[in-house]
Ligand binder design. Sequence first.
Ligand code: SF4
Ligand code: SF4
Length: 98
Amino acid sequence: MREKKAKKIVFNSAEEMPLMIASVGSQTHNLTGAWRNIRPEIDLGKCLKCGICWKFCPEPSIDIVDEWPVVDYDYCKGCGICAEECPAKCIVMVEERR
Ligand code: SF4
Ligand code: SF4
């Protein structure tokens, strides 16, 4: 069987992305940060303030504070989606140390 490759959709800003429904109801009681064995670290010196990491984060555990992304490590589960989607490649996943 031939493998079918999906084309990656690239967004340059959060405004280009479709609207998504997010619920934080029961998630606020579920501290998913305990699942994490790698953590995202953001180099704000390279950040474009595009908000794409915020929009892609499935928890959601990225806040935008004064236009800058801030990770809430109580909820970040270390999935790495933010690092994968960041257009500036300024998010690095590093080993978690507890
Ligand atoms: S690693 Fe996953 S859960 Fe953590 S901030 Fe990035 S996208 Fe969100
Ligand atoms: S960390 Fe990356 S994805 Fe997030 S706002 Fe900055 S440039 Fe955009």
